[in-house]
Design a protein around this ligand. Structure first.
Ligand SMILES: Cc1cc2nc3c(=O)[nH]c(=O)nc-3n(C[C@H](O)[C@H](O)[C@H](O)COP(=O)(O)O)c2cc1C
Length: 185
């Protein structure tokens, strides 16, 4: 049983950690998926390349999000690396949940490989096959490892939409909403 002093130390560490990572800037993605008749997508800040050869990319989806639940039944995911002018897409996919609203009625998109929705206003897209899922059983996000199968991107780098530009958005689902009975993988 942790003592009150231990709990205070842990809480200080937690606050210091949050302050530090809030300063780290990185570009934002919209991840989209389709499984059967269901399509979903959400704004994602937790993502990174995780292997060079073979190339692999990892995204972390919140167990609270509809996108996570649809992704469990999808083989293909599309990663949209947002441009600096994609704030509206960030707000739509980050603050609205597909549990209540069909986000795809509110933006232009076309079906891509395996039916995955591709957002017309985004010009840097990686289409990828779903691989391993990593869930430590306690975290509120699950890591999904992806193998890129197609890249649609301009040859010249564009200005990206960064976390610092969207960190004030209120997420459609708080990650803390995830229920303990979310599927464990
Ligand atoms: C700045 C910001 C960063 C976010 N990063 C993530 C993330 O890395 N992973 C994730 O699953 N959700 C993330 N979210 C939350 C989802 O985008 C948001 O809850 C969304 O409305 C969920 O939609 P859905 O229920 O239709 O899947 C983020 C939201 C914001 C505003």
């Amino acid at each position: 049983m942790p003592s009150a002093a231990d709990a205070t130390d842990l809480s200080r560490t937690h606050d210091a950690f949050n302050d530090l990572v809030a300063e780290l800037d990185h570009c934002m993605l919209v991840v989209t998926v389709q499984a059967g008749e269901e399509r979903a997508g959400c704004l994602v800040g937790f993502h990174t390349q995780c292997s060079i050869e073979p190339p692999r990319y990892a995204v972390w989806l919140s167990k609270a999000n509809r996108t996570y639940h649809v992704a469990l039944g999808a083989e293909t995911l599309a990663l949209h690396f947002l441009g600096a002018d994609n704030e509206k897409l960030a707000a739509l996919f980050g603050t609205v949940t597909g549990d209540a609203t069909d986000k795809f009625q509110r933006c232009a998109w076309s079906p891509g490989p395996d039916g995955v929705p591709l957002l017309d206003d985004c010009d840097a897209i990686v289409i990828a096959r779903r691989g391993a899922l990593v869930d430590d059983g306690t975290s509120d996000h699950v890591c999904i490892v992806l193998s890129p199968t197609e890249v649609r991107a301009p040859r010249t780098a564009l200005d990206r939409l960064m976390f610092s530009a969207v960190h004030d958005l209120e997420a459609g689902h708080a990650a803390t909403e995830h229920s303990q009975d979310a599927p464990v993988v």
